[in-house]
Each structure stands twice: as structure tokens, then as C-alpha cells.
Design a binder for this molecule. Structure first.
Ligand code: CTP
Ligand code: CA
Length: 229
């Protein structure tokens, strides 16, 4: 879209975007993971670059190729802890954070430093998990008045109720509510609604991740514009 490019709505802005899934290693050869392809995060990074932003892309496991641009810095991470630490540093000097990553909510209580052997386990293997840090919630709680924080809400049921809870509890400026009850993972298509503080919920009519990403970037630019004093 030429007009989108021409307007350079994010010129001079620094945007941190997370993409893909984080993993929780069990032993040197195994991990717990999720079905994220990273397509939405990459589409957001591309749209932000086209809009003139400087982008820091913090990527977990992704199944698509990264954009190549002098305005893009990519930081690859594996675990939620690593993503948390990279986001914390990047967010300090950023105008906005978009948490499109599918962040692993739990990780093993004990990482086993050697390959888990069947002969040591018998016919049942118990794995105890503990919660990982909630990156979005932490960033929402430390953001400055001029910083915009966007999260996603992946839900299979009670979409709006759960998404609006996330908007409040994580102190996000915007939540992109995503119905993942059928065929979103790895797909080029998606269907979302946008929830914002003190604004009515907006139904996004676009249906491809690329078009939805552009729409989200326009909303982020508007939000940043409204913070100007
Ligand atoms: N998120 C995060 N850190 C986590 C978990 C999630 O930053 N440890 C972010 C995601 O990137 C997303 C938002 O929080 O932007 C919501 O993620 P989601 O998985 O939908 O919600 P959770 O808060 O993890 O709750 P649940 O999975 O139980 O629905
Ligand atoms: Ca989660």
C-alpha cells in the first residue's frame, strides 16, 4: 500500500516487537514449545519498517524468514527469561512495545543437564513446571506516560471477556484479541478485535495477518501521536 508507505507515520520512532514462540528446555535435547509461527510478529515488523520506524525484533522460534533492513535489529532468544531480559533492555529507549510473541507460560522446575533416559523413568515421567515471568505485565507496570504497550490475547473461548481482563491486569494500552479456536497457527489469515483503554472495542475487518499488522501499526502511530504534549 503506497499511501501507508508514503505517510511514514512512525518516522523517528523506535518500536520493540516480539515474535514467535519461546521454548522451555527439559534436557539438552528436548523442550516444551508452542504452535506459533511468528507470522504476525514478522508482519508487524515489516509494517513498522515501511512506516519508517526503527525496529528491534526480539524473536523466539519462528517458521518464516526475517525482513532485511538497515532499520531492523534482530535479537534471537529461546527461553521466556531470555526474551524478558532482551525486552527489558530494548524497552528502555523505545516508544512502543508490541508483544506478538507466544510466550511459554511455564518451564520445568528442574532442568536436567543430561539426556533423560527411559530406563531411569519407567512407564511414567512426571515433569513439574513453574510459571515464567509475565513480560507484558512487567512492562505495562513500568512503562512511562509516553510509551505505548500492546499485547495480544489468544483465546479459544470468552474472547472479549478474557481480552478485556488482560487489558486491565497487564496495564496495556491496547490488546489485540485473537480467536485461536480454529486454524490460526501457521496461517496467513486471522480475525481480531482491538481493545483499548477508555475506547470502544474495534472490530478489525481485515483478514490477513499482513493487513491486520498494518492496521495495528496505524493504531500504534495514532496512540503515540495522542501522547504528544
Ligand atoms: N505474555 C508475556 N509473558 C508471558 C505470557 C504472555 O508477555 N509469560 C504476553 C503475550 O505475548 C501476549 C499477552 O501476554 O501479548 C497475552 O498472552 P496470552 O497467552 O494470551 O495470555 P496469558 O496472560 O499468558 O494468559 P493465558 O495463557 O492463561 O490465557
Ligand atoms: Ca499464555
Amino acid at each position: 500500500d503506497d499511501s501507508f508507505q508514503a505517510k511514514q507515520i512512525l518516522a523517528g520512532k523506535k518500536i520493540v516487537i516480539t515474535a514467535g514462540g519461546t521454548i522451555s528446555p527439559l534436557d539438552p535435547v528436548r523442550f516444551l514449545g508452542n504452535r506459533s509461527s511468528g507470522k504476525m510478529g514478522i508482519a508487524l515488523a515489516k509494517a513498522a519498517l515501511v512506516a519508517g520506524a526503527e525496529v528491534i525484533l526480539i524473536s523466539g522460534h519462528i517458521a518464516v524468514s526475517l525482513p532485511n533492513s538497515p532499520s531492523l535489529k534482530n535479537i534471537k532468544v529461546e527461553t521466556t527469561e531470555q526474551m524478558f531480559s532482551a525486552v527489558k533492555t530494548a524497552f528502555l529507549g523505545a516508544d512502543a512495545l508490541i508483544m506478538a510473541a507466544a510466550v511459554a507460560d511455564y518451564e520445568p522446575v528442574n532442568y536436567i543437564a543430561h539426556k533423560i533416559k527411559k530406563q531411569d523413568q519407567g512407564d511414567e515421567l512426571k515433569i513439574y513446571l513453574k510459571e515464567t515471568p509475565d513480560i507484558l505485565k512487567k512492562m505495562g507496570s513500568i512503562k512511562k506516560a509516553n510509551q505505548v504497550v500492546v499485547g495480544f490475547a489468544a483465546e479459544t473461548n470468552n474472547l472479549l471477556e478474557n481480552a478485556s481482563k488482560k487489558l486491565q491486569e497487564k496495564k496495556a494500552d491496547m490488546i489485540v484479541a485473537n480467536d485461536v479456536s480454529h486454524g490460526v497457527f501457521g496461517s496467513d489469515e486471522d480475525k481480531v478485535m482491538v481493545l483499548r483503554q477508555d475506547k470502544t472495542t474495534e472490530n478489525i475487518t481485515e483478514t490477513t495477518k499482513v493487513e491486520i499488522a498494518k492496521k495495528i501499526i496505524v493504531l500504534v502511530a495514532e496512540e503515540l501521536e495522542s501522547r504528544k504534549v
